[in-house]
Design a protein around this ligand. Structure first.
Ligand code: MN
Length: 434
C-alpha cells in the first residue's frame, strides 16, 4: 500500500538525500543501530549521508503516540524490541520521520550525525539464522558442476529448502572476514586441516523477523509479511572445500558458520512497496505449489524487483587506484519462492519464530551468466574470473574485498538503495601452539 511517505515529489532539507541515485532518499528511511562519539549503540534512520539519531529526536520531543513508543524501543543496543512490536509502530514512526525530514519542515541538523562518524552495528541480536536455497538457477548450476546428469532434489519445487545456520557469528558490514581453518579432502584422497583454499561469497537477501508466533501456531502465507520487519543484503561466506567434505549426510556446518555479514540498514517492506511485483509464475510442467503456499496477496505482489550486484577489488587494484569491478549483476525477481512462502514454511510445523531472527533467501542467481551470484557458479573452481587489470581469481584470496549493493528502481517512483555489505578477506589465524 502506498501512502504519503512514498510521494515521489517529496524532498528533504538534508541536501544529500535529494541527489539522484542516492541510496537513502526521504522515501527510504531504513532503520539501523549505530554508535558515535563513544556513545552506546542505539537506533537511527539513514537519510542521505546522515543518520537521524532516534535517541536525540525522542529526547527533543519531536515524536508522539505510537511513533514515540517505537522510537523509545529503538533506543536499545539492538532493534529486537522495536521488531517485537510488529510493523505498525515502525510505520507510525516512519510517517513522523518523513514529516520531520521533509523540505518545508524546520531543519533540525542538531538531530543528525554524519554517516562518516557513525559506527554501524548488527541491527538485531538474532536468536536464530536460517538460510534457504530458493534460486533454481543456483541449484541447477551446483548440480551440473558435480554431475552433468544430476537431478533436482525431489523437494525443491514443493518447499523452500533450508538449513539452520549460525546466529552468533552474524555481524554488520564492513567487518573483515578471517580466512577459516578447516578440514578438507584433497584430490588424492588425503585429509588435511588448515586454511581453506576455496573461500567463496554468496550474494543473498536477508530478512529480519518482526512480530513472532507462539510455539505451535503457524502463519498464513498472506499474513507472513506482517512478521517481516525488513530486508538487508547478506553475505553467506562459504568455505567450499570444508562444506563439500563435511556435508554428507547432515548438511553444511563449519563451511557456513565462520561468519555471516549483513548490510547495517534494514529496508522496510513499506519502503519497498512501490517495487513489488507478482510472485513467481511457475514454468509449464512444474508442480503447482501446495495450497498452504498460495495466497491472493502473495501471488499478486509477493515478488520484488530488486537489482543486486557484487563488486570485487583485489589489493593490486586498491594500490593502483582501480575501482572495484562488477562480477555479479542479478535481480531478486529470479527466485523460485517468495519471502512470505519461506517464512510460512518455517513456521508451518509450529516452530516459533522470534523477533530479530534472521532468514536469508539463498544465493540470488538468475538465468544469465552475469547473474551467477557466487564464485562456485562463476568459476566452478576451474574457469577463473579475469579482472580489468588482468588478475585472475578462482576463489577469494587474502586482501580481496567483495562489496554487495542493491537498488530498487521504477518509473514514477524515487529509487531506493540498500547501502553496502562489504568485507575484506584477512589471512587465517595461526593454529594455537598450546
Ligand atoms: Mn547460502
Amino acid at each position: 500500500m502506498l501512502n504519503a511517505t512514498h510521494n515521489p515529489a517529496l524532498r528533504s532539507w538534508v541536501a544529500s538525500a535529494n541527489v539522484a541515485g542516492c541510496d537513502f532518499p526521504i522515501q527510504n528511511l531504513p532503520f539501523g543501530v549505530f554508535s558515535h562519539g563513544g556513545s552506546a549503540p542505539h537506533g537511527g534512520i539513514a537519510i542521505g549521508d546522515q543518520v537521524l539519531c532516534l535517541q536525540d529526536a525522542l529526547a527533543a520531543g519531536v515524536f508522539t503516540g505510537l511513533a514515540a513508543a517505537a522510537a523509545e524501543a529503538a533506543c536499545e543496543p539492538t532493534l529486537n524490541k522495536l521488531m517485537a512490536m510488529g510493523n505498525l509502530p515502525a510505520s507510525a514512526l516512519r510517517a513522523q520521520v518523513s514529516a520531520l525530514l521533509a523540505e518545508g519542515a524546520t531543519p533540525r541538523p542538531d538531530l543528525l550525525v554524519p554517516m562518516s562518524e557513525a559506527t554501524m552495528h548488527a541491527p538485531s541480536a538474532p536468536g536464530a539464522f536460517t538460510d534457504f536455497l530458493t534460486s533454481i538457477h543456483h541449484m541447477w548450476r551446483g548440480i551440473k558442476s558435480r554431475d552433468p546428469n544430476g537431478q533436482l532434489p525431489p523437494a525443491f519445487k514443493h518447499l523452500p529448502i533450508a538449513y539452520n545456520s549460525r546466529a552468533s557469528s552474524l555481524v554488520a558490514s564492513p567487518q573483515p572476514f578471517v580466512r577459516p581453518n578447516g578440514i578438507r579432502q584433497n584430490a588424492d584422497g588425503s585429509v588435511v586441516f588448515g586454511p581453506t583454499v576455496s573461500q567463496d561469497f554468496e550474494l543473498e537477501l536477508g530478512f529480519f523477523v518482526g512480530a513472532g508466533n507462539r510455539l505451535g501456531q503457524p502463519i498464513n502465507v498472506d499474513a507472513a509479511e506482517d512478521h517481516i520487519f525488513g530486508l538487508c543484503l547478506l553475505n553467506d561466506w562459504s568455505t567450499r572445500d570444508v562444506q563439500r567434505f563435511e556435508s554428507a549426510p547432515l548438511g553444511p556446518f563449519l563451511g557456513k558458520s565462520a561468519m555471516t555479514s549483513v548490510s547495517p540498514w534494514v529496508i522496510t517492506l513499506e519502503a519497498l512497496a512501490p517495487f513489488r511485483i507478482p510472485g513467481p509464475v511457475r514454468p509449464e510442467g512444474d508442480p503447482a505449489a501446495l495450497p498452504h503456499f498460495v495466497g491472493a496477496k502473495d501471488q499478486a505482489a509477493g515478488g520484488l524487483d530488486l537489482g543486486m550486484e557484487v563488486l570485487y577489488q583485489t589489493p593490486a587494484m586498491r594500490a593502483g587506484g582501480q575501482a572495484p569491478a562488477q562480477v555479479v549483476n542479478t535481480n531478486f525477481r529470479h527466485m523460485y519462492w517468495t519471502l512470505a512462502q519461506m517464512l510460512t514454511h518455517h513456521a508451518s510445523n509450529g516452530c516459533n519464530l522470534r523477533p530479530g531472527d534472521v532468514m536469508a533467501s539463498g544465493t540470488c542467481s538468475g538465468p544469465t551468466d552475469d547473474s551467477r551470484a557466487c564464485m562456485s557458479e562463476i568459476t566452478r573452481g576451474k574457469d577463473a574470473i579475469t579482472l580489468p587489470n588482468g588478475e585472475q581469481r578462482l576463489w577469494l584470496e587474502d586482501g580481496d574485498e567483495v562489496i554487495f549493493r542493491a537498488r530498487a528502481e521504477k518509473a514514477g517512483a524515487v529509487g531506493i538503495g540498500f547501502g553496502e555489505c562489504r568485507g575484506v578477506v584477512l589471512p587465517a589465524v595461526a593454529w594455537p601452539a598450546a
